[in-house]
Every structure is written in C-alpha cells, then in structure tokens.
Design a protein around this ligand. Sequence first.
Ligand code: 9PG
Length: 648
Amino acid sequence: MSFPENGEFTLYYEEDGERRSTRFEPTGALRASDTESFELKTSFSRGALGMSLRQAARSVVRLGRLEIVRRADAEGSFPLHPSLNPRAPFRLFQHGFQSWSLSASRGHMEADLHSRLRWKHNVDENPETPLISRFSLPFGLLPDRGAFHSEGFIGLEEKSPEGTASWYMGTAGPGNQFVRFRILFFPDGRIRELAAIWDFNGQETQEHARLTLAPVFWRTDKRSFAGHLDACTERASESFDHPAKRKSISGWCSWYQYYTDISQEVLLKNLRLISEQKLDIDVFQIDDGYQRTIGDWTSPNEKFPSGLDYLAREIRRHRMTPGIWLAPFLVRPDAKVTVEHPEMVLRDDNEEPVRGIYNPLWGGDAWCLDVTHPAFKAWISETIHTIVHVWGYPYLKLDFLYAAVYRGRHHDRRTTGATRLRNALEMIRKAAGKDTFLVGCGCPIYGGAGIVDAMRVSCDVNSVWDGHPLQRILRDRNFPTARSALINSITRAAMHRRFWLNDPDCLMVRTRKTKLTPDQVQLIASVMALAGGMILVSDDFSLLDAGRIELVRRAIALNRECGSHTAVPIGLMDHEFPDGLYNPAGYLGLWNPTPRPERVRFLLPDGLDGSSLRRAKDYWTGDALQFTVMGAEAWIVLGAFESVVARV
Ligand code: 9PG
C-alpha cells in the first residue's frame, strides 16, 4: 500500500468550545471513528480518493481539518509508491495558495519563509496554514528547515543514479474544501512525514450532516516533474467546467504607472496615445482609484467628473474593450455600503469586524464582507449589473478574492472557505452574464476554476527586480517584485488554457520612473510572451520612446503566436527561477535571471530536436544563437539578466 491509502486519518474539530480530534480506523471501504461522533467513507480507485463524512454527534460542531498522515518507518523508509525508492532523496515543488503566493521548486533543506507578519501571511497564503519555519533557535533568528506546506498540489522529484522519477498529488477540480500538503524531510532528503489536509475553516455541522470531501488524485511518472506536471494539470482540468476558450488577450492597465493616482484626464491621454500608435491592444483596463472608497464601486470620485459610463464609451470609440477593477468582498469602514448595510460586514467571535487587509493606499484597514448574507447577494448583483450592463464594462478584474475564505460568524455557518468563495463568484458570474470576461486576482487558485476566464497567477510586478529592503526585513517570499512575479508565470504555465487564460500581471517598458534595466525589461517581455497568457502593458505612454513602443509591439506579436499553446518550463526543478520556457508554437526562451554571466544548461524538452537549435536565430535581435548541443542536453552562455528567444 502506498500513500495516502496507508495513512492515518484524523478529523480535528471543536465541540462545546473544546478542541477534539477523532481517528478513523479502516474497516473495508468504511473508516469508523473511535468516538462514534463521525463516520468516514473512503473510495480509492485508480489513483484517486473520494471521501464522505457523516456526523453522528448530537451537538453542533465546528470542523477544523481532516488530515491523512504517514510517517517514515523505524528504518527511515517512506513507502510513497511501489515504483519509487522508499529511501530516495527528493526535491520539492511547492505550490502557493492564491494568485500572489510564490510557487517554485525547493531544496529539501530550505526554509519555508512566510512573512513574519501573521496578517500579511493570511493575505498572501492560506490563513489556515501554520507558519512551519517559525524562526526558533537561537533567539528566534534562524528559521527551521526541512518542513514545508504546499497548497492545492505537491510535487516531488527523485534524482538517483537509476534516473529521474516524480510524484504528484493534488486537487481534482474544485471541491468543498481547499486541500493542502505538509512534508517534512530528513537532513539527507528522505521523506520523514507527509500529510494531505482538507480545511473546513470552522464550518458548523449538525447531527446527520453528510459532507463530500474535495477529491484528490496522485500519479507517479518515470520522468521529470515538469512533463509530469503538464499531464497532471490536464487531468485536473478535466474535472471542472470551462468558460469559453478565447484567444489570448492584450491590454493596458493603469496600476503600475499611476497606482491610485488616476483621473479621467490621464486615462483619456493614454487612450489617445495607444490609438495613435495603432497598437494591437484589446482591453483598456481601469484599475484601483476611480471609486469614492473601497466598497462604493458605483460612486466615482471627483477625479472622474463625467462618470465611468462616459469613459467606457470613449474606450469603445477607440476600438478597445472597457475593463475595470474592483474588490467585491472588501469594504472600508467609512464606505456608504458599510454604513447602510452593517449586517453585511463579517464579524469574529468578539463581534469585531474581520480585517481583510491593512493598505495605506486606501487609508488603512478594509473589512471582509459576509458573502453568505442575503443582503450581500442583492448588493453585489446590483453593483455588478450597474458596472457591466449600465456603464458598459464587459471585462472585470475581481481582486482580493481571498477575503471570502477567512473564518468568522457568517450568516450561513455551514459553509467552508472554498464553498463561500465559489458561491460568491457564481453570484458575480450570474449578474455579469456569460459573455463578460472575469479575471480573478488575489484568488485561491482552485476557488476560481471553472468560473473565471482568466486568473492572475503571480504576485504584483514591481519596477524593482528583487531585494526590496522590506522584503528582507519581513523575510516575505511573497513580497511583490518583478523576479517573484515571473517565477510564478513560468511555474504555473501549465494552467494556461487548461484552467483559464493565465494573467502574468503587467509589462512595464518605460525608461524613466523605473529601476528595471533594459536587459531586465527584455527578460520580462520574453517570459510574458512565451508563457502565452494575457499581455498587459502598464506604462504612461507619454514616457515611451519609439524603441520602447516597438518592444511592446513585438512582445504582443510574439505573445499572439504563443498564446494558443501551453508552454512547458525548462529546469523547473533545478532552480527557483526556472531557466526557460518551451512554447510549442516554435519558440524556446532561455534567460539568466542573475547579475553574473552564467552557462545555462538544460535538457531538451519533449518535441524539440537538438538540430533545430544549431541554426536558431534570436527573435529579438535576429542574431544567430550559439547553442552547444550534446545528445539530450544543450547549453548557452548568457550575460547578466540576458534573455534569448530562439525560433525552433
Ligand atoms: C490595486 C492592486 C492592483 C494589483 C493587485 C492588487 O498587501 N497589499 O497591501 C496589497 C496591495 C495591493 C495588491 C496586493 C496586495 O495588489 O494585485 O494588480 O490591482 O491590487 O489595489
């Protein structure tokens, strides 16, 4: 028997204010609990697990989580799968909870670095997930190593003299709970403990309640994790509906130039400049800053004197699609909606509003809405109706969606974070109509599957490459930098066109008001074009010279060719920032994301013949590229932050 069949099943819950747990013993397909409070039915078939839980206990309980745990045996062997060596050292692929959470490969002795600020962790990551590397000895300075959480799915790659093999386990489509994994390693890379965990987020249940648990599946493959991940993502996508597959989208977004400092005037200026340049841009997206305050979405502020319907008409007149941003589950304390509908604000056990974020750009705290309250449904439906159908915005960037997941005293307490998010997104979809393009942002990844047309797959980009001082002080791996955003756009490339269109966040090409060098800008453009997702530019067009505008034009043209394919990462398990992307449209991108020259060495991806590299030319410069090919391997020397895109 292999994991998870051979694991221990335990349910954690609260009854009469006391924390309890109950273990389930396998008895055929049924696992009976020892307290007779719960009964768990499991069905294992062809590498997939379905479970249902029935409550026998009389009282109302609050469910925490269900864990399946397995530890290494006394000899230190871990029976992961019959075709994997039980004593093998592994590298880990760690997936993040929501759009902004870093997702990358990890060495087994790295630290699982979360922000030191718990509230910031709860913004960027699963609020149920403990900080596993909690800076213990000495004096809280050194993080614990070799212990990780991975959200939604987990990947392991074994590299032994006999060859490569990999293991994947993850969510099969959207379900009633979010699923996460915990893994502990021995110092030599063998697995010490592995757990799969279903979060109920304090869901309340009663006698005879029957709950269906989110299905998971697992697979082993005698190849590297990158190819295996591609196949598993395809498999996961089979279990949910797909919004209409559309062509990839190009656009302009106001955020990374103006932040909240937008006005009717600057938007009209950019609209005019983009049209004059005859750029191939589909969507003109207004970001944060048009509204009176967070929550008052249909009340524009004084910088928009002619109203948002006027701007939508202007955008259309310039032959672009009007797009607009909102954070549908957050409100500021001083918003009209908060004053008029205090019952819609989510409160905790002490009747205090639940904080969704502290954001200085908004003047401080924003509170979470209770998305299960009937008043919320009426209010959000009307808000979305006005924006889409009265103002005329058929493209919505829905942000800070994680706020639906937090615990609180919801109107409907029989919900989990996953079901709350899903129901609320479905309300938005219904009000917006099926032809409206919905982009999820700050969204738990599996929460939006099957509903949104596009999903932000990275943290915010930044006009700084890396190493922001705050990032260091907070030890926050999710701190927004260009480098972190790009990592996710490469590592989550398999989701593009399978789950939705990937949104890698914005390209900034300006030469002023930025710390990015021209080489870094080309690297960013190369990743965004090859990953094939959406391509959104976020610059004041009056700051761009002819050369920069040409770069935008060429990046969009390349993205158009790549966008109807799903790209495969190169070196996914070798470095946190993978070495490249192969897009089956016929492009191989390789980069050196470091400040020193490097020899970038890689295995040829499936479907690419080494001989095509010998005569490959660079998309950007037209120059012949100096690859060395040796059997299944190849390399190229690249300068600091240099990137190349080979036509192959
Ligand atoms: C608008 C922005 C942009 C951006 C989104 C999102 O932790 N924070 O304070 C925090 C602030 C902003 C943010 C993410 C986190 O960015 O990703 O594209 O739309 O909101 O406010």
